[in-house]
Design a protein around this ligand. Structure first.
Ligand SMILES: Cc1cc2nc3c(=O)[nH]c(=O)nc-3n(C[C@H](O)[C@H](O)[C@H](O)COP(=O)(O)OP(=O)(O)OC[C@H]3O[C@@H](n4cnc5c(N)ncnc54)[C@H](O)[C@@H]3O)c2cc1C
Length: 455
């Protein structure tokens, strides 16, 4: 039975679900969300779920369109660059962009999630908590739910379902049963652990506030992102197995030894290290690619459900929010012609989400290893100099991804060309004064076309 206005059912009230719901309700649809977890505004979150996210231009654009960004400024901390901590506790600051405006923004995942749910509910979205989707009949739209409190099972008729249920999507699991559904998942050999640096006794941040702190150690790293309450949310990225790995950190003594030798200046800032480490789960990181993302104009995957990526470019949610921008734009163009909207959505996004998936894996090497390498830092300097001279032609890869809304596939392709140019220009020299500007001009003008950089 078709209702009027049409009801759109979303699975998952994580980050993408409520933002998309808000956009849909503002376009005249009824929207309901089924979320398997309890309402985080009522129940304390379980340990190890407090990761901070780096919000950048694509995410900010979507939040601005939803009318939410201005209010969110209260709960973000701009990070102007990476603060590298060496083994001998020396600090080196490397700006992210060419000017003060090119920053990324630290935000607590739960604060962002709460702000999005509040806004969606205020606009008329209904969120049903502790309702786990256990399956869906893709042809009839019968959605199978289980009440996580009572264990009661129910079936709910739906018209259009959008799976915003993250990297382990139940909706995608149903699509896997379809003929010729493509699916790949690639786990990293690395895990991650959330840790905390408390505020200083005066309530302030015990390290530089406006930076993403990073302890790059070749095959592993620690990072710390500032919170508005003076604390830092840290993540340790470490191989699961091998010499320096989670497998070896089994006792408080081995943990303290490892931190003392690898991150000596972090140890005095982490009085709860042992408790944090052994209480919090070790997370895995996966890249998921699949296709098609939609079925018969009734069901669609969006966000991590369609394309989970590893976190090293800080783009997971920026990319998911860009999905929302794209889908809502297509709805504005085509109206509720869902088959067409879903088809065009996948066509526009898939090539780009595949690209950011690859870029994110590549950036892991940069973060854990190269950022401490003087040659890498020199290339970064040259990149910024080239960008200053050719602002629409040579935009560093990091900037294309983070500070612009240039399609990710374009950023990947141009980034690879630019990497080759940088190798040719930088390898023979030690000082920026010796840069062969004539050759740079030749390479850039012959290989790069001007970019459209509108915000
Ligand atoms: C360590 C780490 C660091 C990261 N850092 C960044 C960063 O700096 N910047 C960035 O942009 N991104 C980052 N990300 C990625 C970002 O967290 C994800 O891309 C984003 O959360 C995806 O949003 P989503 O709404 O698609 O999925 P999720 O946020 O995972 O939400 C899915 C929701 O669906 C619910 N759900 C799942 N299954 C069911 C079911 N069967 N029935 C009902 N509900 C269900 C879940 O409970 C959850 O609430 C990071 C990720 C990790 C792991």
């Amino acid at each position: 039975m078709t209702r009027d206005p049409q009801t759109i059912t979303l699975i998952g009230a994580g980050l993408n679900g409520p933002l998309l719901a808000l956009g849909l309700v503002n376009r005249g649809f009824e929207v309901e969300i089924y979320e398997r977890r309890p309402d985080m505004r009522q129940v304390r979150q379980s340990a190890g779920r407090s990761i901070n996210l780096a919000l950048s231009t694509r995410g900010i654009h979507a939040l601005t369109q939803a009318g939410l960004w201005n209010d969110m400024r209260r709960i973000i901390i701009p990070m102007k660059g990476r603060m590298m901590h060496s083994l001998t506790s020396e600090l080196a600051f490397q700006p992210y962009g060419k000017n003060e405006g090119e920053v990324i923004n630290s935000i607590s995942r739960s604060a962002l999630n709460i702000a999005l749910m509040d806004a969606a509910e205020a606009a008329g979205v209904t969120i049903f908590f502790q309702q786990r989707c256990t399956g869906i009949d893709l042809r009839s739209g019968a959605l199978h739910l289980r009440d996580e409190q009572t264990g009661e099972e129910s079936i709910h008729e739906t018209e259009v379902v959008i799976g915003c249920d993250g990297s382990a999507s139940a909706i995608r699991n149903e699509m896997l049963k379809l003929n010729r559904f493509n699916f790949s998942q690639q786990y990293l050999d690395y895990g991650y652990k959330e840790l905390t640096i408390p505020a200083a006794p005066d309530g302030k941040h015990p390290m530089e506030t406006n930076a993403l702190h990073i302890w790059p150690r070749g095959s592993y790293m620690l990072i710390a992102l500032p919170n508005t309450d003076g604390t830092f949310a840290c993540i340790l990225f470490l191989p699961f197995e091998g010499p320096d790995s989670f497998a070896h950190l089994t006792t408080p003594a081995s943990l303290q030894d490892f931190f003392q030798s690898s991150f000596p200046d972090a140890v005095p800032l982490m009085p709860n290290l042992t408790g944090n480490f052994f209480d919090n789960p070790t997370g895995a990181m996966v890249t998921i690619k699949c296709a098609p993302w939609h079925f018969e104009g009734r069901t669609l995957l969006l966000g991590d459900a369609a394309h989970a990526i590893v976190p090293f470019f800080g783009q997971g949610i920026n990319c998911g929010f860009e999905d929302c921008t794209c889908l809502l734009g297509l709805l504005d163009r085509h109206g509720a012609d869902w088959s067409r909207v879903f088809r065009d959505f996948e066509e526009a996004r898939k090539v780009n989400t595949d690209a950011i998936a690859d870029l994110a894996v590549e950036n892991f090497v940069e973060m854990r290893d190269l950022v401490a390498d003087p040659r890498f830092l020199f290339r970064k300097k040259v990149e910024l100099a080239l960008e200053a001279k050719y602002p629409r032609l040579f935009v560093p890869k990091y900037a294309m991804v983070t500070f612009h809304r240039i399609p990710y596939a374009v950023a990947l392709e141009r980034g690879r060309k630019q990497d080759q140019m940088l190798s040719e220009l930088c390898d023979p020299i030690e000082r920026i004064e010796d840069l062969n500007w004539g050759r740079a001009e030749q390479l850039i003008r012959s290989q790069l076309t001007p970019l459209e950089l509108a915000a």
